[in-house]
Design a binder for this molecule. Sequence first.
Ligand code: IPM
Ligand code: MN
Length: 372
Amino acid sequence: MNKKIVILPGDGIGKEVTTEGKKVLEKISELFDHRFEFDSAIIGHDAIEATGNPLPDETLSKLKNCDAILFGAVGHPKYDNDPTLKVRPEQGLLKMRKELGLYANLRPIKLFDELLEASSIKPEILKGSDILFFRELTGDVYFGEKGRKDEGKTAYDLMIYQKYEVERIAHKAFQAARTRKKKVTSVDKANVLESSRLWREVVNEVSKQYPDVTLEHQFIDAAAMKLIQNPKSFDVVVTGNLFGDILTDEASQIAGSMGMLASASVGDQVGLYEPIHGSAHDITGKGIANPLASILSAALMLDISFGLKQESEAVIKAVEATLKNGYRTADIADSKTPKDKVLDTSSMGKQVLAQLKIVGSRQIAVGSNYNS
Ligand code: IPM
Ligand code: MN
């Protein structure tokens, strides 16, 4: 298979983790005989420094002309405490989502058994949790009208949804539920918000086309509580942009660490794959970031954008085997982890590559047996 992949490292630890994600893609192409052609581009703070624009035209045109994107993160502390700065790294990310029509953000929350102890939640509550979030990504307060009035003393961000925006993400959620436990939880705040009442109305309407899937509605406040109280009660969750942003950070604790969670953003054209963690400037340059979220994002790319199920499975199994061998980055290590098993970013990447070679070769051997 021939594919063009753009690596978009962005800011902070984005560069460190995508380096490892890219190596995994290279190893897959080698093991399974695919031709992946790589290009790279700038976005976020780096792009502002270089061009004044967080999403330069050159970047956008590369992104529009490739088969998939492996993205790191954007952000820089200099902007966080200075609201007066008009050009901001996050604008690059939001514009990219909008321009590429990436309206569905899939965030699978899957706990590797080896990490049961890494979470602050009790293992018996966590064990067996497997949730797939569909976060709407191009609407809501993120893209509604915003501004200031009263000489700057009043500020507003409009929470707005159109019927078609809810419809298309709801369909994606119901379709996914069909391949899983056939349950969709739609999360909103319909007891207060008009946009949530439209959301609920449309989800109910769409659900009629999926009579085999159970639909339940939860308010965002209750969902936030239940997610921690009983994560196993969820299968597919569909929600708006802001609620999804918050709920999935919370849900990362079910998977042990933010450093473990991959995501896929898809829509009508190209797919974008990224960790849910941010640029993490507190640990940038120290080489200790967990690359597994980026590596698992590469696995999602192989599956969703390229339909390479076996290859994707090989990456997940390699991550599993690495964890089984006891290797941890600092964020998923605990007091019982032996010092020599706590790895830096690139050593963790190397362990996954070594496992990939074993898992991949085994899969290829099994495949050829089937063929003969
Ligand atoms: C995410 C991030 C972004 C968001 C930020 C960096 C704009 O938190 O991808 O979850 O809020 O969507
Ligand atoms: Mn977020």
